[in-house]
Write a protein that binds this ligand. Structure first.
Ligand code: TZP
Ligand code: MG
Length: 214
């Protein structure tokens, strides 16, 4: 297990938005479209079901090169031997999560302010989720959005990888990379798409296109 992660197009699943197609199918289509990092985010599911889902996704990802991160739940990640965990500011402290997960797991942390990012420099985390970068109907209980200016300021204050989340689409992904994000994390742009594979491919195209510019 290595802590390397390809943040370019990071799918975060939502059971409601994936209901018609199913989470496993959505994940498989996103991976077919080029996503290499998947976060399973289940807020209502029972612990047992969350572990079962995570095991099924881990099995489906085997051999694809894509990795699976569990939102909030260190216990679920340990039970299904996931690649890592993503925590927010009110979840388990990243230092406690690191101690439980060990030094080989990927650990992501959401940051909502520059102050939180400054404090987090002391923690052994692999990337910051810039949360939310734009406002989004998918998550209403967020901190005020960073916006492009906030993202630029954050980029100037840390060398940690940054992944922008909240309101990301194929139309705004390039400007987020231009402002300093290493990748984009998306829920509805993939989960609600009529063709998640194509939607992922278009997001990846937008992210890479910026990277190719002089
Ligand atoms: N954390 C901050 S914003 C958000 C999460 C989980 C939801 C992002 O959803 P969408 O549909 O990509 O805007
Ligand atoms: Mg959380």
């Amino acid at each position: 297990m290595s802590r390397e992660c390809d943040l370019r197009v990071y799918l975060v699943t939502d059971p409601r938005l994936c209901a018609a197609r199913g989470i496993l199918e959505t994940v498989q289509q996103a991976v077919a479209g080029g996503s290499r990092l998947i976060q399973l985010r289940e807020k209502q599911t029972s612990t047992r079901e969350f572990v079962e889902l995570s095991r099924a996704v881990m099995a489906a990802l085997r051999g694809t090169g894509a990795k699976c991160i569990i939102n909030d739940r260190v216990d679920v990640a340990l039970a299904c031997k996931a690649d890592g965990v993503h925590v927010g500011q009110s979840d388990m402290h990243p230092s406690d999560a690191r101690a439980l997960l060990g030094s080989n797991a990927i650990l992501g942390l959401s940051v909502e302010t520059l102050e939180q990012a400054r404090e987090a420099e002391a923690f052994d985390v692999d990337y910051y989720g810039v949360s939310p970068v734009f406002s989004t109907p998918t998550k209403l209980d967020t901190a005020p959005p960073w916006g492009l200016g906030g993202l630029r300021n954050l980029r100037a204050s840390t060398s940690r990888p940054l992944v922008a989340i909240g309101g990301v689409t194929a139309a705004n992904a390039a400007e987020l990379i231009q402002a300093g994000a290493d990748g984009v994390a998306v829920v509805s742009a993939i989960c609600s798409a009529s063709d998640p594979r194509l939607a992922t491919k278009q997001l990846l195209g937008a992210v890479e296109d910026w990277g190719r510019r002089p």
